[in-house]
Design a protein around this ligand. Structure first.
Ligand SMILES: Nc1ncnc2c1ncn2[C@@H]1O[C@H](COP(=O)(O)OP(=O)(O)O)[C@@H](O)[C@H]1O
Ligand SMILES: [Mg+2]
Length: 241
């Protein structure tokens, strides 16, 4: 690969692999997200989607390589990875239930010392998610599932990520709520944010994605152009080929 092409990839893996004891949850995997791309990773339960994201950000012990804008990312150090701008919205949202919405958002920007920059980021997040603005002093645990997902995304955005990784943001949410959140992700992406979106709900993710990887039993079984997937059957053929 030429250095020019390497720079076009905001994040890429080379033979990234992870195991839990005897379970090889992620086979050596090469994948990437281009600058400004929205890439979906689709696959059934247990396919290794969460393991891939956790390995990318250093929350799971892994082998192989992760590069960010061509340079190796620190391994096994999620804090250092987040400081580079690679930020994960985890499966199950990971908001701090007993803390208020405002406190959760503040935590997203805990490395920031600049008050006016903090206010600027907060205004932007609350502009994207006005529901959170009305609930700033409520505990995160008292929010609905959809609001908690907004908070999880909002908290990640407070860190001003360069690439946002999302682990099944639609899980357990009503379709209308999901489409609102995905629309917001789409508009963030159109404004320049690179996104890696893990989903089981393929049609929703494919509507937004520039490209998609299909993961099955820890392996990328196909890379697809979302425009070529018209039906569930089109997708199924990759799994049963
Ligand atoms: N902490 C863990 N300990 C042991 N096995 C795990 C652990 N987490 C996940 N696995 C196994 O690794 C495989 C991939 O899991 P995961 O990455 O969570 O898949 P997905 O997110 O696609 O549902 C599954 O077989 C799962 O049972
Ligand atoms: Mg998962």
């Amino acid at each position: 690969m030429t250095p020019e092409l390497a720079r076009d990839r905001i994040i890429e893996t080379e033979a990234l692999a992870a195991r839990y004891g005897h379970v090889q949850a992620l086979q050596p995997t090469d994948m990437h997200v281009g600058e400004g791309e929205l890439v979906a990773v689709l696959g059934p339960n247990g396919a290794g989607k969460s393991t891939l994201l956790r390995a990318l950000v250093g929350l799971t012990v892994s082998t192989g390589m992760v590069r960010f804008r061509g340079a190796p990312l620190p391994r096994g150090n999620a804090v250092a990875v987040a400081a580079r701008g690679v930020v994960l919205v985890p499966e199950g949202r990971g908001v701090f239930g007993p803390m208020t919405v405002a406190e959760n958002l503040e935590l997203g920007a805990y490395r920031l010392n600049d008050r006016s920059e903090f206010e600027r980021r907060l205004d932007r997040v609350l502009g994207l998610f006005p529901r959170l603005k009305e609930r700033m002093s409520q505990t995160a645990g008292s929010l609905s599932g959809g609001e908690q997902q907004m908070l999880a995304v909002g908290r990640a955005l407070m860190a001003e990520p360069k690439v946002l990784l999302l682990d099944e943001p639609s899980l357990g949410l009503a379709p209308r709520v999901v489409s609102g959140i995905l629309e917001t992700l789409g508009s963030l992406n159109r404004a320049g944010l690179s996104v890696l979106l893990v989903e089981q709900k393929a049609p929703l993710a494919l509507e937004l994605a520039n490209r998609a990887y299909l993961l099955s039993t820890g392996r990328v079984v196909a890379e697809v152009d979302p425009r070529e997937i018209k039906s569930h059957d089109d997708l199924a053929q990759y799994y049963f080929a």
